[in-house]
Design a protein around this ligand. Structure first.
Ligand code: NZQ
Ligand code: ZN
Length: 388
């Protein structure tokens, strides 16, 4: 078991009706000037926007709407930084999915620095202070509501980079599973795929402990079972709640305390896909997952495949180990296909023309030669070709 140093300062307020019940009191301690960040309008359609404005009617409210999926540095982060500096914002309230929250984290850190915001996001300049963040998360996917990271895209350079700081952990996250009743099927599926992948990035590693294996296998089984339930019955509260619980823990590290690092290779590859083509993150991951598994399967990695195949999919442990591993890869592919995720790059509008460019970008920027299962440029290109 490896050493760990773990602290999460975020207060989670989880359940039906929690915003109505507690948002006003929670916001009291942060000050009067509030910047509300939000996306393309789902919160207006669901009524959440009006509800929040009503609850916070005694505050001085500013707004940054229009944050897109794969949130953009320009204009969203830059505009948010400008508002925070000009209006001396006390607290940012993010209302929406992971993209809105990630953008909010970048704004919160960059607005407290005189440096160029991009230097803060790329961590060339340390984050020494951040505006406090409260969020109402409306999509079960990223786990951004319980972690210290945000992913920001820059269209002019095709960069999609993760920004990390302990200071951008949300102070408080409101998680009401009923908000996910309105999710389009596509987003529900992408969120589940994203979370399964977060767990797999922590499961497929060198040093690992039995307790974490059971925790992660249980979470994936819960996601697989409950996503099937919500496909039939989108307003099934218990199923939505279990999905949200699993996704909230996804990127916080808690699934794998004591495990060694894997290097998060599938995320590194997917971030280049969505950085170059602006595709949905969870859909990109579903496509990459079985191809990455196939590529890294070897005598050295075999044990993880056997544990995963028997623990998650109930594959017969008496079978030869290689057969279990191959069945595990096929099982995850079949599950994604069955629930309706796209499983080839062609299905999300990507052809082979920029594969070498993306493989080079990943090899130069992501350090995957140091991953648990090392990947060099030619490996990454081969995985991407297999995804076509
Ligand atoms: O923009 P609006 O109108 O709000 O619509 C959004 C958006 O179109 C919609 N949506 C959100 N909640 C809804 C809803 N529609 C109906 N009802 C609701 N309750 O869903 C669409 C996608 O939203 P987005 O926020 O982009 O999705 P998600 O939460 O999956 O976030 C994806 C981003 O997070 C990054 C991804 O790379 C991607 O940029 N990630 C962030 C991580 C983190 N902070 O830890 C880790 C992840 O691995 C990931 O990389
Ligand atoms: Zn992810």
């Amino acid at each position: 078991m490896v050493n760990f140093d773990y602290q999460t300062p975020t207060r989670l307020i989880f359940g039906r009706g929690v915003v109505q019940e507690k948002l006003h009191d929670v916001m009291e301690k942060f000050g009067k000037r509030v910047l509300i960040t939000w996306g393309g309008g789902s919160i207006k359609r669901s009524g959440l926007y009006d509800q929040v404005r009503e609850i916070l009617k005694d505050k001085e409210i500013y707004e940054l709407p229009g944050i897109e999926p794969n949130p953009k540095y320009d204009p969203s982060v830059l505009e948010g930084v400008r508002i925070c500096k000009e209006k001396n914002i006390d607290v940012i309230l993010s209302v929406g999915g992971g993209s809105v929250l990630d953008c909010t984290k970048a704004i919160a850190g960059a607005a407290c620095s005189d440096a160029d915001p991009w230097d803060v996001i790329t961590m060339k300049v340390p984050t020494l202070k951040a505006i406090p963040i409260v969020d109402i998360i409306t999509l079960a996917a990223t786990g951004s509501e319980y972690d210290r990271g945000g992913v920001i895209s820059r269209t002019d350079t095709n960069d999609k980079l993760a920004y990390f700081s302990d200071l951008v952990f949300p102070a408080v996250s409101f998680i009401d599973p009923t908000y996910t009743f309105t999710l389009p099927v596509r987003q529900t599926l992408a969120g589940v795929s994203d979370c399964i992948n977060h767990i797999m990035e922590q499961y497929f590693c060198g040093e690992h402990i039995m307790m974490n294996d059971a925790f992660m296998e249980g979470a994936i089984k819960s996601l697989m079972k409950n996503v099937r339930i919500v496909l039939e019955d989108p307003e099934n509260y218990e199923a939505r709640a279990e999905i949200f619980y699993a996704t909230t823990l996804g990127c916080n590290g808690i699934y794998s305390l004591g495990n060694s690092e894997s290097g998060w290779p599938m995320h590194a590859i997917e971030h280049a896909l969505s950085g170059h083509y602006d595709i949905n993150h969870g859909e990109g991951l579903a496509i990459v997952t079985p191809r990455w598994m196939k590529h890294i399967l070897s005598e050295k990695t075999l044990e993880r495949f056997v544990a995963f195949g028997t623990g998650v999919f109930g594959i017969d442990p008496a079978l030869p180990e290689m057969e279990i591993a191959e069945k595990a890869i096929q099982s995850i592919h079949d599950f994604y296909r069955e629930i309706g995720l796209p499983m080839t790059l062609h299905e999300v509008g990507i052809d082979g023309s920029r594969i070498d460019e993306m493989a080079h970008h990943i090899a130069v920027n992501e350090g995957l030669e140091n991953a648990w299962a090392p990947l060099y440029e030619e490996d990454i290109a081969a995985i991407l070709r297999d995804c076509l």
